[in-house]
Design a protein around this ligand. Structure first.
Ligand SMILES: N[C@@H](CCC(=O)N[C@@H](CS)C(=O)NCC(=O)O)C(=O)O
Length: 231
């Protein structure tokens, strides 16, 4: 069975979960919810950069979410049909990585208002560019004339934006249509209604992550250094 090791959260494992889902590869979330479990995982030597997520698949130990999504894209034939389409997949994936950073950080913001206004600003910067690419390509997809990993990870990023700002796709109808196309993929539909999909991150999630990584909490939390060793 394919295993994905991570904290009890979507975080940097979520694009991999969507790629496993779209490929209909059954997987297990292996919960790393204590600093001791993380230390034990590091001691196995399976984390070349000491970082999670770790994806165990096909007898391989994969690190770095960007490598995981590309491995799964190649495995599922979701990396374009030509070099030029593959290039577009990479180009969109790079932009999605920048775009998703703001929604990944939203839960760490001191107020919902700040989280929303930062996401709206990032959306306003990137969404017209995604929309323009979809218009230029003219197929309903980011690259070529069928689904690629770029579409999947773009929809994954949008899923977080939509949880904070439900009508955010109003001004970008092509992006909205692409999002619906991805959400209608049988593997994605099944994943999103399964117990494998973690809920929208909240303060408990922030505390869990800080505890496992032994990092400080955002400064607006009480005792922000409570998990930092020696504090
Ligand atoms: N570029 C990496 C980033 C992974 C990452 O930052 N992982 C965090 C947890 S979300 C981690 O393991 N941090 C511990 C560390 O950096 O030592 C990826 O996308 O996989």
């Amino acid at each position: 069975m394919t295993k994905l090791y991570y904290t009890r959260s979507r975080g940097r494992a979520e694009t991999t979960r969507w790629m496993l889902a779209v490929n209909q590869i059954p997987f297990e979330n292996i919960l790393i919810d204590t600093a001791e479990k993380l230390a034990a995982l590091r001691a196995t030597g399976k984390l070349p950069f000491d970082q999670m997520p770790l994806l165990e698949i096909d007898g391989l130990n994969l690190s770095q979410s960007s490598a995981m999504i590309r491995y799964l894209a190649r495995r599922g034939g979701l990396y374009g049909d030509t070099d030029n389409e593959a290039l577009w997949c990479d180009l969109i994936a790079g932009a999605v990585s920048d775009f998703s950073e703001t929604s990944l950080k939203a839960v760490f913001q001191p107020t919902d208002e700040i989280a929303i206004s930062e996401q709206q600003a990032t959306f306003d910067k990137f969404a017209p560019c995604f929309e323009a690419r979809l218009k230029e390509n003219g197929t309903g997809f980011c690259a070529g004339n069928r689904l690629s990993f770029a579409d999947v990870i773009l929809a994954e990023a949008l899923s977080s934006y939509l949880e904070w700002i439900p009508d955010i796709l109003g001004p970008t109808p092509l992006l909205k249509a692409l999002n619906e196309t991805v959400l209608s993929q049988p593997g994605i539909k099944a994943y999103l209604t399964s117990g494998l999909r973690y809920p929208k991150p909240d303060n408990t999630c922030v505390i869990d992550i800080a505890r496992v990584l032994q990092r400080s909490l955002p400064p607006h939390f009480p005792e922000p250094n409570r998990f930092v060793p020696g504090s």
